[in-house]
Ligand binder design. Structure first.
Ligand SMILES: [Zn+2]
Length: 312
């Protein structure tokens, strides 16, 4: 499901499964569409999207959630101007000390929160008719899940079962990822409906274990100067025959609403200019590359309910 409506998964092509165009870290109590000028942001972002298009990118999954700068109308314009297919999301961001969670979240149940997200799926975001293509949540990386963050994961799991939207969870290290797996299983969701985002901050041992469970391993902060770390993780997953569970992206961007002039915008091409040659050099094939950049993101973001089947 793109910002311009449904699309056949086979039309996605080369896909960057985790990027950002604009982020507003001011907090849920103060953010809103009044905080940025769409045209100014568009003028800044379009050249980077054109550069990605030149590198062969066809689809970008925009991972900025509500209360953190999600602007579906602006995404639609960016898609038209850049000729890139863009996917947006529903869900809430529970990292950065819960600052991006709306006040209502704390008194609502997991079912009530899921209802809000399901409504966006059915009717569109903020009366735009633009529908989300996945669920984005975030939990803190420093511990196992607190009750607040466990509720977030449960709401995402229940939304998945009612919509088929994949869950993309900003997570980081091993401990919260393992806790998320437990919650998914309790809720009856197959791990293949779940993306462990920022898995590059986890251990290779747990990357292999959770990929083995079917979870998507998102290695998503590729930069020109950290390629070796990514090569090592991807090579290890390939060695365990788990390349089919790996997603690679830059987690790049972005126009910072708080400091528009002070932040260096990071582009979306290091994967093609630096990571690909490094992998080819150690024996990766064009078919491996196709798997990483086309087939895996397609499979990960297909809208389909993935219920856990229990062997009785
Ligand atoms: Zn991100």
């Amino acid at each position: 499901m793109t910002v311009n409506g449904p699309l056949s998964p086979d039309e996605m092509g080369i896909t960057l499964p985790h990027e950002h165009f604009m982020v507003d870290f001011i907090g849920a109590d103060s953010t809103g569409y009044h905080r940025w000028n769409k045209d100014t942001v568009i003028a800044k972002v379009v050249p980077y999207l054109s550069e990605a298009r030149q590198a062969g990118v066809s689809t970008i999954v925009e991972c900025t959630p509500a209360f953190l700068g999600r602007d579906p109308v602006m995404l639609q314009k960016l898609s038209q101007l850049s000729d890139i297919i863009i996917i947006t999301n529903t869900g809430y961001y529970g990292a950065i000390n819960n600052k991006a969670l709306p006040a209502t979240f704390f008194s609502q149940s997991a079912d009530q929160i899921a209802e809000i997200w399901i409504n966006e799926w059915k009717n569109g975001i903020d009366s735009t008719f633009i529908r989300p293509g996945f669920i984005k949540i975030a939990v803190p990386g420093d511990s196992v899940l607190s009750p607040v963050h466990e509720k977030l994961v449960r709401a995402a799991a229940r939304t998945h079962l009612r919509t088929g939207l994949t869950i993309n969870a900003h997570t980081g290290p091993d401990a919260p990822a393992l806790a998320e797996l437990r919650v998914l299983k309790e809720e009856g969701v197959d791990p293949s409906a779940f993306i462990w985002t920022h898995a590059q901050d986890g251990s290779q041992e747990v990357q292999v274990a959770l990929a083995g469970e079917g979870m998507w391993i998102s290695l998503d902060n590729v930069m020109v100067d950290n390629i070796d770390h990514y090569v090592s993780m991807i090579q290890n997953l390939k060695r365990h025959k788990l390349l089919k569970r790996v997603l690679i992206s830059h987690d790049a961007g972005w126009y910072d609403v708080i400091n528009p002039a002070q932040v260096t915008f990071r582009g979306y091409t290091a994967i093609f200019s630096h990571l690909k040659p490094a992998l080819i050099k150690i024996g990766f094939t064009e078919d491996d590359w196709q798997l990483l950049t086309v087939r895996n993101p397609k499979e990960a973001y297909i809208v389909r309910v993935r219920e856990l089947t229990v062997n009785r």
